[in-house]
Write a new protein. Structure first.
Lengths: 86, 158
């Protein structure tokens, strides 16, 4: 078992009702897409936000990631809406 | 060419004149500075539910790293002697300054072009989120396709 440090920002933080949580994953090669599948399986607002047409972004260890990006034990995985600064 | 880079994410307001002076101290090779200041735009008087404030959230650490990386990209691409980027976070009301991009160079073209690149890239790449506060409630601002299109003009890596 490996542990990821998940973080949520902006609308997703509010929808999920938390800004961070640890997530246990199997100690096998595991991608961002696998993490998202695990969260979608929770159903409810998780499936709504991550499993539907709504657009979101993922960063691994504070670098923008793609669905194929591998995560490792202890990685910080952040999920957030498209950015709107400036 | 070495380029001074200053990045700040803060609630406090900034002073354009002071920042411009600081970017040029001791460097008489600077022939041009260019700046962009973004402000919270109000809705005017003819709106039933006008904007009261913007609440700006960011991703501490990643936001500063992204802004630094963008400043370094600009310095690689144009002959700059200095870049300052200051972005405010927290609750800001209409009329308040949000963001400063400041560039210094020997000549105007590099300063102007790099300044435009930096604000375009910041809007699509740096993790900030705006939440609008109105009398009838709060809602998160959606990202604009037009911002992504403007960003695309500059290429994938600046």
């Amino acid at each position: 078992m490996s542990t990821l440090h998940l973080r949520y920002f902006a609308r997703l933080r509010e929808q999920f009702g938390l800004d961070a949580e640890p997530l246990g994953i199997p100690a096998v090669p595991y991608t961002v897409a696998d993490v998202i599948e695990l969260l979608i399986a929770r159903g409810g607002v998780w499936a709504e936000e991550l499993g539907g047409p709504r657009v979101f972004r993922v960063a691994v260890d504070q670098e923008m990631a793609s669905p194929e990006t591998l995560v490792h034990d202890g990685a910080e995985v952040a999920i957030f809406p498209p950015v709107t600064g400036g | 060419m070495t380029c001074r880079i200053k990045i700040a994410v803060q609630h406090d307001d900034f002073d354009l004149a002071a920042e411009e002076a600081e970017l040029c101290i001791g460097d008489h090779g600077v022939g041009a500075t260019a700046s962009f200041v973004g402000r919270v735009r109000g809705d005017g008087d003819n709106v039933t539910d006008p904007l009261l404030a913007l609440e700006l959230e960011h991703y501490p650490g990643m936001t500063e790293n992204t802004l630094t990386a963008l400043a370094e990209q600009a310095a690689d691409r144009w002959p700059l002697s200095g870049v300052t980027v200051i972005h405010r976070v927290g609750r800001l009301i209409p009329g308040e300054r949000i963001v400063l991009v400041l560039t210094a160079s020997a000549h105007r073209q590099a300063a102007l072009t790099a300044c435009e690149f930096l604000i375009d890239a910041l809007k699509t790449d740096a993790p900030f989120w705006k939440c609008e506060e109105r009398a009838h409630g709060k809602h998160w601002v959606e990202a604009k396709t037009s911002d992504a299109n403007v960003r695309a003009r500059w290429g994938e890596h600046g």
